[in-house]
Design a protein around this ligand. Structure first.
Ligand SMILES: Nc1nc2c(ncn2[C@@H]2O[C@H](COP(=O)(O)OP(=O)(O)OP(=O)(O)O)[C@@H](O)[C@H]2O)c(=O)[nH]1
Ligand SMILES: [Mg+2]
Length: 384
Protein backbone atom coordinates (compact mmCIF):
# COMPACT_ATOMS: atom_id res chain seq x y z
CA UNK A 1 0.00 0.00 0.00
CA UNK A 2 1.47 3.35 -0.91
CA UNK A 3 1.81 6.09 1.66
CA UNK A 4 0.15 8.52 -0.74
CA UNK A 5 -3.11 6.77 -0.48
CA UNK A 6 -3.32 7.24 3.25
CA UNK A 7 -5.56 9.81 4.73
CA UNK A 8 -3.63 11.14 7.68
CA UNK A 9 -6.18 13.82 8.41
CA UNK A 10 -8.50 11.14 9.73
CA UNK A 11 -5.87 9.20 11.61
CA UNK A 12 -7.64 7.55 14.55
CA UNK A 13 -6.14 7.94 18.03
CA UNK A 14 -5.24 4.28 18.27
CA UNK A 15 -2.91 4.41 15.26
CA UNK A 16 0.71 4.57 16.50
CA UNK A 17 2.49 7.92 15.93
CA UNK A 18 5.31 6.34 14.02
CA UNK A 19 3.28 3.88 12.05
CA UNK A 20 4.52 2.26 8.89
CA UNK A 21 2.97 0.26 6.14
CA UNK A 22 3.07 -2.80 8.37
CA UNK A 23 0.33 -1.36 10.51
CA UNK A 24 -2.81 -2.72 9.00
CA UNK A 25 -5.57 -0.58 10.42
CA UNK A 26 -5.94 2.89 9.09
CA UNK A 27 -8.54 5.08 7.53
CA UNK A 28 -8.26 5.23 3.77
CA UNK A 29 -9.45 7.93 1.43
CA UNK A 30 -12.75 7.10 -0.17
CA UNK A 31 -12.91 6.60 -3.91
CA UNK A 32 -14.38 9.44 -5.92
CA UNK A 33 -15.97 7.82 -8.92
CA UNK A 34 -17.96 4.64 -9.22
CA UNK A 35 -16.05 1.45 -8.81
CA UNK A 36 -17.44 -2.05 -8.94
CA UNK A 37 -20.36 -0.60 -10.82
CA UNK A 38 -21.60 1.51 -7.89
CA UNK A 39 -22.19 5.23 -7.90
CA UNK A 40 -19.45 7.43 -6.60
CA UNK A 41 -19.73 7.78 -2.84
CA UNK A 42 -19.15 11.52 -3.13
CA UNK A 43 -22.33 11.99 -5.11
CA UNK A 44 -24.61 9.81 -3.09
CA UNK A 45 -26.75 11.59 -0.55
CA UNK A 46 -28.97 9.30 1.42
CA UNK A 47 -32.57 10.19 0.69
CA UNK A 48 -33.73 9.77 4.27
CA UNK A 49 -31.13 12.12 5.66
CA UNK A 50 -32.30 14.83 3.28
CA UNK A 51 -36.04 14.56 3.64
CA UNK A 52 -36.26 14.13 7.38
CA UNK A 53 -35.15 17.24 9.22
CA UNK A 54 -34.43 16.46 12.81
CA UNK A 55 -37.57 16.72 14.92
CA UNK A 56 -36.85 19.34 17.49
CA UNK A 57 -38.23 18.73 20.94
CA UNK A 58 -40.69 21.53 21.60
CA UNK A 59 -41.42 22.97 24.98
CA UNK A 60 -44.53 24.85 26.00
CA UNK A 61 -43.12 28.32 25.12
CA UNK A 62 -41.97 26.98 21.70
CA UNK A 63 -45.48 25.81 20.95
CA UNK A 64 -46.98 29.10 22.05
CA UNK A 65 -44.53 31.19 20.03
CA UNK A 66 -44.78 28.99 16.95
CA UNK A 67 -48.55 28.87 16.87
CA UNK A 68 -48.81 32.61 17.50
CA UNK A 69 -46.45 33.19 14.57
CA UNK A 70 -48.71 31.07 12.35
CA UNK A 71 -46.10 28.34 11.85
CA UNK A 72 -48.09 25.47 10.31
CA UNK A 73 -45.65 22.75 11.33
CA UNK A 74 -45.76 23.83 14.95
CA UNK A 75 -49.54 24.26 14.75
CA UNK A 76 -49.80 20.65 13.55
CA UNK A 77 -47.59 19.47 16.36
CA UNK A 78 -49.57 21.47 18.92
CA UNK A 79 -52.74 19.78 17.67
CA UNK A 80 -51.07 16.39 17.98
CA UNK A 81 -50.21 17.32 21.58
CA UNK A 82 -53.82 18.29 22.27
CA UNK A 83 -55.06 15.06 20.68
CA UNK A 84 -52.73 12.87 22.70
CA UNK A 85 -54.34 10.62 25.28
CA UNK A 86 -51.18 10.46 27.39
CA UNK A 87 -51.66 12.15 30.78
CA UNK A 88 -48.19 13.78 30.57
CA UNK A 89 -49.20 15.50 27.32
CA UNK A 90 -52.48 16.71 28.76
CA UNK A 91 -50.79 19.12 31.16
CA UNK A 92 -48.49 20.58 28.52
CA UNK A 93 -51.39 20.91 26.07
CA UNK A 94 -53.44 22.82 28.62
CA UNK A 95 -50.52 25.17 29.27
CA UNK A 96 -50.16 25.81 25.56
CA UNK A 97 -53.86 26.61 25.24
CA UNK A 98 -53.76 28.79 28.33
CA UNK A 99 -50.86 30.74 26.84
CA UNK A 100 -52.68 31.23 23.55
CA UNK A 101 -56.12 32.02 24.94
CA UNK A 102 -55.81 35.80 24.54
CA UNK A 103 -55.31 35.29 20.80
CA UNK A 104 -58.42 33.16 20.32
CA UNK A 105 -62.04 34.00 19.60
CA UNK A 106 -61.65 36.15 16.50
CA UNK A 107 -62.65 33.62 13.83
CA UNK A 108 -66.10 32.91 12.48
CA UNK A 109 -66.85 29.32 13.45
CA UNK A 110 -69.05 27.43 11.01
CA UNK A 111 -70.43 23.93 11.50
CA UNK A 112 -71.52 21.78 8.56
CA UNK A 113 -73.65 18.67 8.89
CA UNK A 114 -75.73 16.46 6.62
CA UNK A 115 -76.33 12.82 5.85
CA UNK A 116 -73.40 10.81 4.47
CA UNK A 117 -73.01 11.60 0.78
CA UNK A 118 -74.79 14.96 0.98
CA UNK A 119 -71.63 16.58 -0.32
CA UNK A 120 -70.21 18.19 2.81
CA UNK A 121 -66.58 17.55 1.98
CA UNK A 122 -67.01 18.60 -1.64
CA UNK A 123 -68.77 21.73 -0.42
CA UNK A 124 -65.96 22.52 2.02
CA UNK A 125 -63.38 22.08 -0.71
CA UNK A 126 -65.22 24.54 -2.99
CA UNK A 127 -66.31 27.00 -0.31
CA UNK A 128 -62.99 26.92 1.55
CA UNK A 129 -61.04 27.45 -1.66
CA UNK A 130 -63.24 30.41 -2.59
CA UNK A 131 -62.55 32.04 0.78
CA UNK A 132 -58.85 31.20 0.67
CA UNK A 133 -58.64 32.79 -2.79
CA UNK A 134 -60.27 35.91 -1.38
CA UNK A 135 -57.46 36.10 1.17
CA UNK A 136 -59.16 34.59 4.21
CA UNK A 137 -57.23 32.04 6.21
CA UNK A 138 -59.40 28.95 6.44
CA UNK A 139 -59.05 26.01 8.82
CA UNK A 140 -61.02 22.82 8.29
CA UNK A 141 -61.65 20.35 11.09
CA UNK A 142 -63.84 17.30 11.37
CA UNK A 143 -65.74 15.87 14.28
CA UNK A 144 -66.39 12.28 13.51
CA UNK A 145 -66.51 9.84 16.39
CA UNK A 146 -67.10 7.01 13.93
CA UNK A 147 -64.11 7.63 11.70
CA UNK A 148 -61.73 5.66 13.89
CA UNK A 149 -63.86 2.60 13.25
CA UNK A 150 -64.74 3.01 9.60
CA UNK A 151 -61.85 5.22 8.45
CA UNK A 152 -64.32 6.19 5.73
CA UNK A 153 -64.56 9.91 6.08
CA UNK A 154 -60.89 10.52 6.58
CA UNK A 155 -60.01 8.70 3.41
CA UNK A 156 -62.80 10.42 1.51
CA UNK A 157 -61.75 13.86 2.68
CA UNK A 158 -58.16 13.38 1.68
CA UNK A 159 -59.18 13.01 -1.92
CA UNK A 160 -62.08 15.43 -1.85
CA UNK A 161 -60.15 18.29 -0.29
CA UNK A 162 -57.02 17.93 -2.33
CA UNK A 163 -57.01 21.48 -3.67
CA UNK A 164 -57.76 23.06 -0.33
CA UNK A 165 -55.16 20.98 1.48
CA UNK A 166 -52.47 22.46 -0.76
CA UNK A 167 -53.67 26.06 -0.58
CA UNK A 168 -51.29 28.27 1.40
CA UNK A 169 -54.21 29.99 3.13
CA UNK A 170 -55.84 26.77 4.24
CA UNK A 171 -55.19 24.22 6.93
CA UNK A 172 -57.04 20.89 6.84
CA UNK A 173 -57.01 18.55 9.80
CA UNK A 174 -58.93 15.27 9.87
CA UNK A 175 -60.90 14.13 12.89
CA UNK A 176 -58.88 13.05 15.90
CA UNK A 177 -58.90 9.29 15.96
CA UNK A 178 -60.63 7.30 18.56
CA UNK A 179 -62.39 7.83 21.78
CA UNK A 180 -65.80 8.91 22.89
CA UNK A 181 -67.67 11.76 21.28
CA UNK A 182 -66.87 13.76 24.44
CA UNK A 183 -63.16 13.16 23.94
CA UNK A 184 -63.27 13.96 20.24
CA UNK A 185 -65.27 17.11 20.99
CA UNK A 186 -62.79 18.37 23.55
CA UNK A 187 -59.92 17.82 21.16
CA UNK A 188 -61.74 19.53 18.31
CA UNK A 189 -62.63 22.54 20.45
CA UNK A 190 -59.04 22.92 21.53
CA UNK A 191 -57.83 22.45 17.96
CA UNK A 192 -60.20 25.21 16.93
CA UNK A 193 -58.65 27.54 19.52
CA UNK A 194 -55.16 26.69 18.31
CA UNK A 195 -56.16 27.50 14.73
CA UNK A 196 -57.64 30.82 15.82
CA UNK A 197 -54.48 31.67 17.69
CA UNK A 198 -52.52 30.85 14.53
CA UNK A 199 -54.50 33.54 12.71
CA UNK A 200 -57.21 31.56 10.90
CA UNK A 201 -60.28 33.74 10.20
CA UNK A 202 -62.80 31.08 9.29
CA UNK A 203 -63.10 27.66 10.90
CA UNK A 204 -65.16 25.05 9.08
CA UNK A 205 -66.13 22.01 11.15
CA UNK A 206 -67.57 19.05 9.27
CA UNK A 207 -69.55 16.37 11.03
CA UNK A 208 -71.48 13.37 9.84
CA UNK A 209 -75.20 13.57 10.27
CA UNK A 210 -75.51 10.62 12.57
CA UNK A 211 -75.98 10.31 16.30
CA UNK A 212 -75.14 13.05 18.70
CA UNK A 213 -72.36 14.70 16.79
CA UNK A 214 -74.55 17.49 15.33
CA UNK A 215 -75.53 18.69 18.78
CA UNK A 216 -71.90 18.59 19.80
CA UNK A 217 -70.75 20.61 16.83
CA UNK A 218 -73.66 23.04 17.22
CA UNK A 219 -72.32 23.67 20.73
CA UNK A 220 -68.95 24.79 19.40
CA UNK A 221 -69.81 26.96 16.40
CA UNK A 222 -71.48 30.32 15.68
CA UNK A 223 -73.25 29.37 12.45
CA UNK A 224 -74.56 25.92 11.74
CA UNK A 225 -75.62 24.71 8.31
CA UNK A 226 -77.39 21.58 7.27
CA UNK A 227 -76.59 20.20 3.82
CA UNK A 228 -79.55 18.35 2.32
CA UNK A 229 -80.36 16.60 -0.93
CA UNK A 230 -83.38 16.23 -3.08
CA UNK A 231 -84.82 12.77 -3.27
CA UNK A 232 -87.59 11.09 -5.24
CA UNK A 233 -90.50 12.94 -3.70
CA UNK A 234 -89.64 12.12 -0.13
CA UNK A 235 -86.94 14.71 0.35
CA UNK A 236 -88.22 15.89 3.70
CA UNK A 237 -88.60 12.45 5.18
CA UNK A 238 -85.05 11.65 6.17
CA UNK A 239 -84.26 14.81 8.07
CA UNK A 240 -85.25 14.89 11.68
CA UNK A 241 -87.03 17.99 12.86
CA UNK A 242 -84.59 18.20 15.76
CA UNK A 243 -81.66 18.64 13.42
CA UNK A 244 -83.46 21.30 11.40
CA UNK A 245 -83.98 23.20 14.63
CA UNK A 246 -80.21 23.41 15.08
CA UNK A 247 -79.58 24.94 11.66
CA UNK A 248 -79.14 28.60 10.71
CA UNK A 249 -79.21 27.62 7.05
CA UNK A 250 -80.56 24.61 5.21
CA UNK A 251 -78.64 24.25 2.00
CA UNK A 252 -79.94 22.07 -0.81
CA UNK A 253 -76.77 20.84 -2.48
CA UNK A 254 -76.30 19.27 -5.91
CA UNK A 255 -78.52 21.95 -7.43
CA UNK A 256 -77.06 21.32 -10.86
CA UNK A 257 -77.86 19.57 -14.13
CA UNK A 258 -81.10 17.63 -14.23
CA UNK A 259 -81.40 17.95 -10.50
CA UNK A 260 -81.78 21.74 -10.52
CA UNK A 261 -85.60 21.91 -10.88
CA UNK A 262 -86.07 19.35 -8.10
CA UNK A 263 -83.62 21.24 -5.90
CA UNK A 264 -85.62 24.44 -6.40
CA UNK A 265 -88.80 22.69 -5.33
CA UNK A 266 -87.07 21.21 -2.29
CA UNK A 267 -85.74 24.64 -1.31
CA UNK A 268 -89.29 26.02 -1.42
CA UNK A 269 -90.55 23.14 0.73
CA UNK A 270 -87.85 23.69 3.32
CA UNK A 271 -88.54 27.39 3.31
CA UNK A 272 -92.18 26.77 4.20
CA UNK A 273 -91.26 24.24 6.88
CA UNK A 274 -88.98 26.75 8.58
CA UNK A 275 -92.04 28.67 9.76
CA UNK A 276 -93.10 25.66 11.78
CA UNK A 277 -89.86 24.92 13.56
CA UNK A 278 -88.14 26.66 16.42
CA UNK A 279 -85.37 28.96 15.12
CA UNK A 280 -81.86 27.92 16.06
CA UNK A 281 -80.76 31.48 16.76
CA UNK A 282 -82.70 34.35 18.22
CA UNK A 283 -83.24 37.27 15.78
CA UNK A 284 -82.41 35.08 12.79
CA UNK A 285 -84.79 33.33 10.47
CA UNK A 286 -83.24 30.09 9.22
CA UNK A 287 -82.57 30.42 5.50
CA UNK A 288 -83.24 27.77 2.88
CA UNK A 289 -80.74 28.04 0.06
CA UNK A 290 -79.46 26.31 -3.05
CA UNK A 291 -75.92 25.43 -3.99
CA UNK A 292 -73.81 23.18 -6.13
CA UNK A 293 -70.47 22.25 -4.65
CA UNK A 294 -69.39 20.87 -8.01
CA UNK A 295 -70.51 23.79 -10.20
CA UNK A 296 -69.55 26.21 -7.43
CA UNK A 297 -72.85 28.06 -7.52
CA UNK A 298 -74.59 29.58 -4.53
CA UNK A 299 -71.35 29.77 -2.56
CA UNK A 300 -71.00 33.55 -2.63
CA UNK A 301 -74.61 33.99 -1.53
CA UNK A 302 -74.00 31.62 1.33
CA UNK A 303 -70.94 33.54 2.48
CA UNK A 304 -72.94 36.78 2.33
CA UNK A 305 -75.61 35.11 4.44
CA UNK A 306 -73.04 34.09 7.01
CA UNK A 307 -71.62 37.61 7.21
CA UNK A 308 -75.11 39.03 7.55
CA UNK A 309 -75.81 36.52 10.33
CA UNK A 310 -72.61 37.54 12.09
CA UNK A 311 -73.45 41.22 11.83
CA UNK A 312 -77.02 40.89 13.07
CA UNK A 313 -76.28 38.52 15.92
CA UNK A 314 -73.36 40.67 17.06
CA UNK A 315 -75.55 43.76 17.04
CA UNK A 316 -78.18 41.99 19.08
CA UNK A 317 -75.64 40.48 21.47
CA UNK A 318 -76.77 36.95 20.61
CA UNK A 319 -73.39 36.04 19.17
CA UNK A 320 -71.47 36.92 22.32
CA UNK A 321 -74.09 35.35 24.56
CA UNK A 322 -73.92 32.07 22.67
CA UNK A 323 -70.14 31.99 22.92
CA UNK A 324 -70.32 32.54 26.68
CA UNK A 325 -72.86 29.76 27.07
CA UNK A 326 -70.71 27.51 24.94
CA UNK A 327 -67.69 28.17 27.12
CA UNK A 328 -69.63 27.33 30.27
CA UNK A 329 -71.09 24.18 28.80
CA UNK A 330 -67.61 23.22 27.69
CA UNK A 331 -66.40 23.56 31.29
CA UNK A 332 -69.30 21.39 32.45
CA UNK A 333 -68.66 18.68 29.90
CA UNK A 334 -64.97 18.65 30.78
CA UNK A 335 -65.89 18.18 34.43
CA UNK A 336 -68.14 15.28 33.40
CA UNK A 337 -65.35 13.75 31.39
CA UNK A 338 -62.82 14.24 34.17
CA UNK A 339 -65.04 12.79 36.90
CA UNK A 340 -65.89 9.85 34.70
CA UNK A 341 -62.21 9.13 34.16
CA UNK A 342 -61.12 9.44 37.77
CA UNK A 343 -64.07 7.37 38.95
CA UNK A 344 -63.53 4.44 36.61
CA UNK A 345 -59.74 4.59 36.88
CA UNK A 346 -59.85 4.49 40.66
CA UNK A 347 -58.25 1.16 41.66
CA UNK A 348 -60.60 0.54 44.56
CA UNK A 349 -63.66 1.16 42.39
CA UNK A 350 -62.18 -0.97 39.61
CA UNK A 351 -61.63 -3.84 42.00
CA UNK A 352 -65.15 -3.59 43.35
CA UNK A 353 -67.05 -3.33 40.07
CA UNK A 354 -67.21 -7.06 39.15
CA UNK A 355 -68.65 -8.01 42.52
CA UNK A 356 -71.26 -5.22 42.45
CA UNK A 357 -72.20 -6.07 38.87
CA UNK A 358 -72.75 -9.67 39.83
CA UNK A 359 -74.90 -8.65 42.76
CA UNK A 360 -77.07 -6.45 40.50
CA UNK A 361 -77.44 -9.16 37.89
CA UNK A 362 -78.22 -11.74 40.57
CA UNK A 363 -81.01 -9.54 41.88
CA UNK A 364 -79.32 -9.16 45.27
CA UNK A 365 -79.10 -5.36 45.09
CA UNK A 366 -80.87 -2.74 43.00
CA UNK A 367 -79.02 -0.66 40.39
CA UNK A 368 -79.31 2.42 42.57
CA UNK A 369 -77.89 0.51 45.54
CA UNK A 370 -75.02 -0.54 43.30
CA UNK A 371 -74.37 3.08 42.42
CA UNK A 372 -74.46 4.15 46.08
CA UNK A 373 -72.06 1.40 46.99
CA UNK A 374 -69.55 2.26 44.29
CA UNK A 375 -69.77 5.97 44.98
CA UNK A 376 -69.22 5.32 48.70
CA UNK A 377 -66.19 3.22 47.92
CA UNK A 378 -64.91 6.01 45.70
CA UNK A 379 -65.57 8.70 48.32
CA UNK A 380 -63.76 6.74 51.00
CA UNK A 381 -60.74 6.10 48.82
CA UNK A 382 -60.65 9.77 47.81
CA UNK A 383 -60.63 10.81 51.49
CA UNK A 384 -57.73 8.58 52.30
N1 LIG B 1 -73.76 16.62 -8.93
C1 LIG B 1 -73.20 16.93 -7.80
N2 LIG B 1 -72.55 16.01 -7.07
C2 LIG B 1 -71.98 16.37 -5.90
C3 LIG B 1 -72.06 17.70 -5.43
N3 LIG B 1 -71.41 17.75 -4.22
C4 LIG B 1 -70.95 16.51 -3.98
N4 LIG B 1 -71.28 15.67 -4.98
C5 LIG B 1 -70.95 14.24 -5.05
O1 LIG B 1 -71.55 13.54 -3.98
C6 LIG B 1 -70.69 12.51 -3.47
C7 LIG B 1 -70.50 12.64 -1.97
O2 LIG B 1 -69.79 13.82 -1.70
P1 LIG B 1 -68.99 14.06 -0.33
O3 LIG B 1 -68.49 15.46 -0.41
O4 LIG B 1 -68.01 13.01 -0.06
O5 LIG B 1 -70.14 13.92 0.73
P2 LIG B 1 -70.03 14.02 2.33
O6 LIG B 1 -71.29 14.62 2.78
O7 LIG B 1 -68.77 14.68 2.74
O8 LIG B 1 -70.00 12.49 2.73
P3 LIG B 1 -69.46 11.84 4.12
O9 LIG B 1 -68.18 12.52 4.51
O10 LIG B 1 -69.28 10.41 3.78
O11 LIG B 1 -70.53 12.03 5.13
C8 LIG B 1 -69.41 12.62 -4.27
O12 LIG B 1 -69.42 11.66 -5.26
C9 LIG B 1 -69.45 14.00 -4.85
O13 LIG B 1 -68.77 14.11 -6.07
C10 LIG B 1 -72.73 18.67 -6.23
O14 LIG B 1 -72.85 19.85 -5.93
N5 LIG B 1 -73.29 18.23 -7.40
MG1 LIG C 1 -67.18 14.06 4.08
Amino acid sequence: MSKNNRNDTYKPSWVPEQDDDAFACRVMKGVKGGHDGTMGTQDVKLAHTRSLPQRRILRVPDYIEGVAAGDRVILSRAITLVESNAPRHFKAAQQVIQGLLPRTGKALRIGITGVPGAGKSTFIEAFGTMLAEEGYKVAVLAVDPTSSVTKGSILGDKTRMEGLTKHPNAFVRPSPAGGTLGGVARKSRETMLLCEAAGYDVILVETVGVGQSETTVRSMVDFFMLVVLTGAGDELQGIKKGIMELADAIVVNKADGDNLPRAKVARGDYDRMIDYIRPATEHWRTKAMLCSAIKKTGLKELWETMREFEQITKEKGVFQQRRQEQTLSWVRSMIDEHLHTIFFQNPVVKARIPEVQEAVLGGKISPSQAVTELVDVFDQSALR
